[in-house]
Ligand binder design. Sequence first.
Ligand SMILES: Nc1ncnc2c1ncn2[C@@H]1O[C@H](COP(=O)(O)OP(=O)(O)OP(=O)(O)O)[C@@H](O)[C@H]1O
Length: 393
Amino acid sequence: MDTPFRTRTGVFTNKNVLKQQYEPEEILERGEEIEAYANALQDVVDGWEPENVFVYGKTGVGKTAVTRYMMDMLRIETDQRPDVDDVHVAEVNCHHHPSSYQAAIALVNELRADTEREAITTGLSTSDVLTALFEEIEAREGTVLVVLDEIDNLGDDDVLLYQLPRAKANGNIEHSQVGVVGISNDYTFRNDLSSKVQDTLCEREIKFPPYDANELRTILTDRAKKGLSEGVLDDSVIPKCAAIAAQDRGSARQAIDLLREAANVAVEDGRESVGEADVDAAENRVERGRVKDSIRDLTTHGRYTLLAVTNLAMTEQTPVRAKEAYGVYERVCAESGAEPLSQRSVHDHLIDLAMLGFLTQYDRNHGRSGGQYYEYELDVEPAIVTAVLGEEE
Ligand SMILES: Nc1ncnc2c1ncn2[C@@H]1O[C@H](COP(=O)(O)OP(=O)(O)OP(=O)(O)O)[C@@H](O)[C@H]1O
């Protein structure tokens, strides 16, 4: 029977290595960060209590990939040292579990997954959940490393971040030890923590800078070798993907997405060779996908604020001050039948949108008399925002 699908082409040899969920076995171009990480975790392999680690850097710069690699290396190294306790890792993404309570439940269930004990659900009190977590850690009789990815989603709810590093000192665990690895895109999160939590969580800080074009070329060349047939890429494709991503955010994710989508464009077009024009087409797809994912994470009023700045950008009225953006925001709310938030809250949304990469914030200083203020400009294609918000509606 005829179906609408194509026959498989020879462009990809293993498409999975170009997908977002692929975990590389080999980490390239992160020698310094791996060394810093190894120093931070050295106490674990030497049999001492772990130090807590705070890893930060922009999105797509390898924080998660390097952390998983380091956890594997740690397990391998401690296995080779018979006199050192076993290492157990429990990883939770706080984006999906955005409070101490939810993250603690997820950790208990992650630790219980390879035991006979049943998963817990909501309904227990916070202290019951913490007790269950301490019991799971204690049952390991070794070192437990708790990895909290996207930790900034916990906001100022620092119960877990306060309790975990102090579990031993407070007598909640005795025969095990626990260390926390926090990962964040947002360095300001660290400064917003109370000083007692900051001091323990950030014993070791590891910064991941954006990748430059050369580093991205190395990463892309390796992925292309693993995922694409030889000779399908025009010589200009990898340098172009690397240059675009380096100029934008220095994100390996973006670079890999560009390469994969460029190959997809060629395949969908019935070609077995990928050229520069395919990267141009891929750029729009990738940007659209990225904006779509990020918009999905915005609150309703975050979206209204974004739409207000987008409308201003489309009529060339940006950069714009918060006060002026607020007027347009009020109109957007009126059109949607929503009650507008205060000007102060909308300013907070503008700051958040700048942090998330939707807007650029300019610090304006008008000499002695004018004082200091901020202006905002749209940092994504206005047509993509309106198209995505239209679809979401
Ligand atoms: N040094 C590297 N070598 C090989 N692949 C890499 C490297 N750095 C990143 N990648 C790949 O790039 C993608 C993004 O990396 P990763 O998820 O680690 O970024 P991140 O900094 O944790 O970003 P986010 O904060 O958005 O989660 C992944 O697919 C990862 O495999």
